[in-house]
Design a protein around this ligand. Structure first.
Ligand SMILES: Nc1nc2c(c(=O)[nH]1)N[C@H]1C(S)=C(S)[C@@H](COP(=O)(O)O)O[C@H]1N2
Ligand SMILES: [Mo]
Length: 419
C-alpha cells in the first residue's frame, strides 16, 4: 500500500468506516515503525466508542491557563485592557537593544522613537508572512497537558529584521505585561540563532495572534503572545510587550530562576485521558490517552495493568520490567476539533500542501491519541500504567528522567473490577 493510501485508510478508521485487514500494520512498515496495532479498532464497538469521544484540538476556551499575578493577570476585566495596551487596537511591541549590553541595532522600534511595532503592522505583515502549525501547550511541571493548539502568527525574525540588527547579538530577552509592577514581570529568552534560522521541518518562533483560527483571548495571552516551538510553554510569554537584543549568553527566564531547566526540548511522554473507575470482571473496557512527542519521536505507547496488591519489580525504578503491552496509536483524525468550521484543518507547515496530509505522523511537538482494550480477569483493585517508547527504542521516563526539565514520570491510575 502506498503511504497516501495508508493515510486515507487511517482516516477511514478514525471515521469508524470498516476496512479490510490491518492498515495500521502497513503504515508501520517504514523504518520509523510508528504505529503498532494490537487490536482492530474498527471491529470493536467498545474501542470505537472511546475513540469517537477524543478531540484532537483542545477548544481555546478549554485550555488550562496559568493564573499568576496580583491581581490575577488572566482575569483583568475586559474594560481595563485598552488602558494597558492589551487590546488589538492598543497593542504595541517595543523592540530595542539591551542598555546593559553592547548590542547594536540601526532602528529601534519604540514609543520613545515614535515607531513601536503595532497590531496594524502585524496584520500587514501577516498578509504575506502568516504561518500556522500544530503544537502542544505544555508546562514543565504540570502532570497534564494545558492544551493542543493550532497556532497562527508571523515569524519573529521578519519583525526583528525591521530594526536593523547589526552586531554583538547573542540572545533576545522578552517580557509580558505585569500589572505595572516590576516584581510581577514574566520573561523569557532565547538564542538569536533559534529566532533567525530553522532546520528544514523545524517550526519558527512566531508573534502569535490566533489560536484554533480565532484571535487569542486575553486569558490565553492575547492579543499577542510569543510562541516558541519545541520547548515547554514557559518560553511562550503571554501579553508580549517588549523584546530586547542582548549580547549576553545567559538564559534570562523567570522559569530558570525558579529552578527549572529551560533549555531542554519537550519530552516524549504518555498520559491517560480516560480510564473507567469501575469495570465488570471479565468484560472488555477501553482506555484512552495521548502522547506528547519530543524530538526523539514516538515508536510505541504501552500500557500495563496489574492487580494493585501485586508488588512492583525490584530494583527497577523506571518499571522497565513491567508486563507492558502495546496500545493502538491513532491515525490523523478526520475531524480536528470543534473550534474549526466543519472540523477542517487549514493548511499548516507540517502538512504537504499538495495532498493536505501530514508529512509525518505522529507530529513532533504535538500529541497523538492512543487507545487500548483491557480486561480484568478477576474482581479486585487494579493499577494501570502507560509509557512511551521513542524512536531510539528508549522507554519513558528515560532518557531524561529528571523533573524540572519536563514532568515525565510514568502515570498510574487505579480501577476496581467487580460484578
Ligand atoms: N506573561 C506571562 N506569560 C507566561 C506565563 C505567565 O505567568 N505570564 N506563564 C508561562 C508558563 S510557565 C506557561 S506553562 C505558559 C502557560 O500558558 P497558558 O496560561 O496559556 O496556559 O505560559 C507562559 N507564559
Ligand atoms: Mo509553566
Amino acid at each position: 500500500m502506498t503511504r497516501g493510501k495508508a493515510l486515507q485508510t487511517m482516516g477511514a478508521i478514525a471515521a469508524g468506516i470498516p476496512f479490510i485487514e490491518s492498515a495500521l500494520h502497513n503504515i508501520n512498515s517504514s523504518e520509523t515503525g510508528t504505529i503498532h496495532n494490537a487490536m482492530n479498532i474498527s471491529d470493536d464497538t467498545v474501542l470505537k466508542k472511546a475513540v469517537s469521544e477524543l478531540e484532537y484540538l483542545t477548544p481555546a476556551d478549554k485550555f488550562f491557563v496559568q493564573r499568576r499575578g496580583n491581581p490575577v493577570l488572566t482575569e483583568i476585566p475586559e474594560e481595563k485592557l485598552a488602558a494597558i495596551g492589551l487590546t488589538r487596537d492598543t497593542w504595541k511591541l517595543e523592540i530595542s537593544a539591551d542598555p546593559a549590553s553592547n548590542s547594536e541595532i540601526g532602528n529601534p522600534m519604540t514609543s520613545e522613537h515614535g515607531n513601536p511595532f503595532t497590531w496594524n503592522d502585524l496584520m500587514k505583515l501577516s498578509e504575506t508572512k502568516a504561518v500556522r502549525y500544530l503544537h502542544v501547550l505544555s508546562c514543565t511541571n504540570a502532570k497534564k497537558l494545558y492544551g493542543m493548539g493550532l497556532w497562527e502568527g508571523v515569524p519573529l525574525r521578519d519583525v526583528l529584521w525591521k530594526t536593523g540588527p547589526k552586531q554583538n547579538i547573542r540572545r533576545i530577552y522578552y517580557y509580558g505585561y505585569h500589572n505595572d509592577d516590576a516584581s510581577q514581570i514574566f520573561y523569557g529568552s532565547v538564542h538569536i540563532s533559534r529566532v533567525l534560522e530553522e532546520a528544514p521541518g523545524e517550526l519558527p518562533i512566531i508573534l502569535c495572534y490566533k489560536l484554533n483560527g480565532k484571535y487569542i483571548s486575553h486569558a490565553n495571552g492575547g492579543p499577542v503572545r510569543l510562541f516558541v516551538p519545541g520547548y515547554y510553554s514557559n518560553r511562550s510569554v503571554k501579553w508580549l510587550q517588549r523584546i530586547m537584543f542582548t549580547n549576553s549568553f545567559h538564559a534570562n527566564d523567570t522559569y530558570a530562576e525558579g529552578n527549572n531547566d529551560v533549555e531542554g526540548p519537550l519530552k516524549t511522554t504518555a498520559k491517560f485521558i480516560k480510564v473507567p473507575e469501575k469495570v465488570k470482571t471479565g468484560e472488555s473496557f477501553a482506555v484512552t490517552g495521548l502522547a506528547q512527542i519530543g524530538p526523539s519521536g514516538l515508536k510505541k505507547v504501552q500500557y500495563w495493568m496489574k492487580p494493585a496488591d501485586q508488588s512492583l519489580p525490584e530494583n527497577d525504578p523506571y518499571l522497565a520490567n513491567g508486563k507492558w503491552q502495546d496500545a493502538d496509536i491513532l491515525p490523523p483524525p478526520e475531524n480536528w476539533g470543534s473550534d474549526l468550521p466543519g472540523g477542517i484543518l487549514p493548511s499548516v507547515i507540517q502538512f504537504d500542501p499538495k495532498t493536505g496530509k501530514p508529512l509525518t505522523w505522529p507530529l513532533t511537538n504535538a500529541i497523538v491519541h492512543w487507545a487500548a482494550l483491557c480486561k480484568a480477569g478477576s474482581a479486585g483493585e487494579y493499577e494501570i500504567r502507560c509509557r512511551t517508547i521513542d524512536l531510539n527504542g528508549i522507554a519513558q521516563p528515560m532518557p531524561r528522567p529528571f523533573g524540572r526539565s519536563g514532568t515525565n514520570m510514568i502515570e498510574t491510575v487505579r480501577l476496581t473490577a467487580g460484578l
